[in-house]
Design a protein around this ligand. Structure first.
Ligand code: HEC
Ligand code: HEC
Length: 211
């Protein structure tokens, strides 16, 4: 990336404040956040959008719904090791290919897809809902939670809200259960200095829903 000359002093002071756990709130808006914004534009916006708004397959970073966790520590870890990346300690998990591997038959996938739609409020047939609930409990809840609330340790998204990585219409859900897509986020350790990673963390945390 392009070096930002003239920021070395503030960077060191910011780093010391962050490491000591006494980070002043004003910093989030002025210096480091501004620097984080520039580093984000350079390295992250191509996938996550200029304001971190995301797009299909690329999660928004500007809301309070997190795949892998929204605390400063969670965000820093994600940036450092990536997701399904080449880093030895990468965050990773894999949704089974229920359709392609024949774990579920097409009519079972249809029932469970309707059940997933019902979690965010779509009205479905009672019999379908009963069958779908059983299929969900047996095949999906271990990762997505018993109410579809998601599980951050596994990067398994919530299915009971209106935020979708790959689309919340019926064909998109059927496609994901049949032959799942898995997002890849590069590792930045070794490519960006620890200072830049810390400032990016503060910037991303401030975008919307830092926890
Ligand atoms: C090549 C595309 C790409 C680039 C460049 C990229 N990301 Fe990502 N990022 C992704 C994808 C894809 C995911 C979601 C992976 C998944 O499905 O779990 C992701 C996930 C994340 C997450 C986790 C979001 C959550 O909900 O838990 C954070 C935080 C993040 N990226 C920050 C960054 C930052 C900061 C940069 C720049 C240093 C960056 N990303 C650059 C593709 C990218
Ligand atoms: C081993 C864990 C695991 C199991 C079991 C699992 N999933 Fe997933 N699922 C994931 C992960 C991880 C992702 C996110 C993939 C990514 O980030 O690229 C995901 C993504 C999804 C998505 C896309 C959500 C979105 O926001 O676009 C849907 C829909 C889904 N799963 C439905 C199901 C259903 C239905 C079942 C059961 C039949 C199931 N999953 C079982 C791990 C799992």
């Amino acid at each position: 990336m392009t070096p930002l000359f003239g920021h070395q002093g503030p960077v060191a002071a910011f780093r010391a404040a962050l490491d000591s756990g006494r980070l002043h709130h004003g910093w989030l808006l002025a210096g480091p956040r501004g620097i984080g914004k520039a580093v984000f534009a350079e390295n992250c916006a191509a996938c996550h959008g200029a304001g971190g708004q995301g797009g299909p397959g690329y999660p928004t970073l500007a809301d309070d719904s997190w795949l892998w966790g929204g605390t400063l520590a969670d965000i820093e870890q994600t940036i450092r090791v990536g997701i399904r990346s080449s880093h030895a300690e990468t965050r990773t998990s894999e949704m089974p290919k229920f359709g392609a591997d024949g774990v579920l038959a097409p009519e079972q996938i249809s029932d469970v897809a309707d059940y997933v739609l019902s979690l965010s409020g779509t009205t479905i047939d009672r019999a379908v809902a009963d069958r779908g609930a059983t299929l969900f409990a047996e095949n999906c809840a271990s990762c997505h939670g018993d109410k579809g609330q998601g599980m951050q340790e596994l990067g398994a998204p919530a299915l009971n809200d209106s935020i979708w990585l790959y689309g919340g219409d019926r064909p998109s859900i059927v496609a994901q259960v049949t032959r799942p897509k898995h997002g890849v986020m590069p590792t930045w350790e070794g490519r960006l200095s620890d200072n830049w990673i810390k400032m990016l963390t503060v910037y991303v945390h401030s975008l919307g829903g830092g926890q």
